[in-house]
Write a protein that binds this ligand. Structure first.
Ligand SMILES: *Cc1c(COP(=O)(O)O)cnc(C)c1O
Length: 366
């Protein structure tokens, strides 16, 4: 089976995790946590990093630290992983969904303008599948309306927008280090910000709102969202290899792109001229011309030992967020999008094999 994504753990991962176990520093009190926070923040060009247990709680705690709560509205794209909306709901605020742009698949600044109300507090840009959102337009909108701009960069470690790394393009950014992300800590996440007070507030909230000098004094309700030293040890080792891990995905995307030009009905992902995509997922659109719909193609690929995933269901189509409003771009991408094998261990031979099968199946009777 060619997997959709597998982590590559061939650097110093084992050595650093072993070091945690041998030294006994397995909880969140340990040197690797600080090293990972500082190293990843520096990599992204941001001052402060606060490591968390996963990407979802990173977003929850960032929103909570901003004081977003009941009565507030937060604008986000409907085409994203469900966690982006769930984190908003955890705070008691209301997620407001908007459509995506066809040429980036990301949140449409024009649609954001339409969605702003007196209750709007923040905009969350998601860099979907590794392609940065149009951050300058969103920054201008946020400034004009006094809103906080947040990046959900869970899928885009190392991607660049006009030469600048994602994570450094907003007031506060979050990342995920789940097993299939660009770099992994198993489960894990981080909040990045240049705002020292906000970083401190995130740290306070994720530590049960524990008083600095008085460890059992808690002036408000906090959370235990800390990252363990074991997770961070993996993260430090992965961060040493981040350029290599991104290069594999970018190389494979180039191979896919070349082969797909010969297969009618499979459209490659977009790439804005200002974007450096890290291709967390290489996602194609299965058009009618291909001769088979997306779900049939997925099932046929599975029979041939090729693991794929559908694009996300736009969140407004899920039962708990159901809304009758139509978001045509997101709905089309959700219906036609197919994530091809994209992991850090995928070889050019495997990419070729996947493309051979895709080409063969597109033939009449194939
Ligand atoms: C993976 C992901 C998250 C959540 O990260 P976890 O670490 O799985 O909690 C949030 N947003 C997006 C866009 C993601 O892809």
């Amino acid at each position: 089976m060619i997997p959709i994504a597998e982590p590559s753990l061939e650097g110093r991962e084992l050595e650093y995790v072993t070091d945690c176990i041998q030294s006994g520093w397995v909880s969140s009190l340990g040197e690797y946590v600080k090293r990972f926070e500082q190293g990843f923040a520096a990599y992204c060009g941001v001052r402060y990093g606060v490591a968390t247990h996963n990407g979802t709680v990173a977003l929850h705690q960032a929103l909570a630290a901003l004081g977003i709560g009941p009565g507030d509205e937060v604008i986000l794209p409907t085409l994203t992983f469900v966690a982006t909306a769930n984190a908003v709901v955890y705070t008691g605020a209301t997620p407001v969904f908007v459509d995506s742009e066809p040429h980036t698949w990301n949140i449409d600044p024009e649609a954001v303008t339409q969605a702003i109300t007196p209750r709007t507090r923040a905009i969350i840009a998601v860099h979907l599948y590794g392609h940065p959102a149009d951050m300058d337009s969103l920054r201008a909108l946020a400034d004009q309306h006094g809103l906080t701009l947040i990046e959900d960069a869970a899928e885009a470690h190392g991607a660049r927008y006009r030469g600048r790394r994602v994570g450094s393009l907003s007031d506060v950014a979050i990342f995920s280090f789940f097993g299939n992300k660009i770099i992994t800590t198993g489960e894990g996440g981080m909040v990045l910000t240049d705002d020292s007070e906000l970083a401190e507030r995130c740290f306070f909230l994720e530590n049960q709102a524990r008083h600095k000098e008085n460890p059992y004094w808690h002036p408000e309700i906090g959370y235990n969202y800390r990252m363990t030293n074991l997770q961070a040890a993996l993260g430090v080792a992965q961060l040493e290899r981040i350029e290599e891990l991104i290069a594999v995905r970018v190389r494979n995307a180039a191979y896919y792109g070349r082969r797909l030009t010969d297969i009618a009905g499979l459209n490659p992902p977009p790439r804005a001229q200002w974007a450096e995509n890290v291709y967390w997922m290489y996602t194609v659109l299965v058009e009618d011309e291909y001769g088979m719909d997306r779900d049939t193609l997925m099932a046929r690929l599975r029979q041939r030992g090729i693991d794929t995933r559908p694009a996300f269901y736009p969140i407004h189509t899920l039962p708990m967020y159901h809304q009758d409003q139509c978001f045509p771009v997101a709905e089309e991408l959700g219906r036609k999008g197919l994530n091809l094998p994209s992991g850090a261990t995928l070889t050019p031979e495997q990419v070729n094999l996947v493309c051979d099968v895709l080409a063969e199946m597109s033939q009449p009777g194939g």
